[in-house]
Design a protein. Structure first.
Length: 105
């Protein structure tokens, strides 16, 4: 599924859509967090759950994409945990999702 011919993100980009791939805390690509130090002695960087991923990380990604692109609403496509995080955000902050997301898949 990750080949250029089959991966949905590549197919959408090839069709002319602006594709942004999100990244949440807890992996090797997320060590440049703006306020939490992954090597900090308090361990705060690693103290999170999917709830914080939805309320903080996904919300921040959406806000960032909107700011960079100048669009009012984005289309969100999630898979597995990405879907769960969007569901959580939609339940906990429905006004934000209504104002920022045109469709969530």
């Amino acid at each position: 599924m990750n080949t250029v011919e089959r991966a949905p993100a590549f197919i959408a980009a090839e069709a002319g859509y602006d594709v942004w791939l999100g990244n949440i805390r807890g992996n090797k690509h997320s060590r440049a967090h703006v306020s939490l130090d992954p090597d900090g002695h308090d361990g705060a960087f690693w103290q999170y759950s999917f709830a914080e991923n939805g309320l903080i990380d996904v919300k921040s990604m959406i806000e960032y994409v909107k700011m960079e692109t100048g669009v009012d609403k984005i289309a969100y496509v999630g898979h597995s945990m990405g879907t769960t995080m969007m569901y959580y955000l939609a339940v906990k902050d429905p006004d934000f999702v209504k104002d920022s997301v045109s469709i969530a898949i």
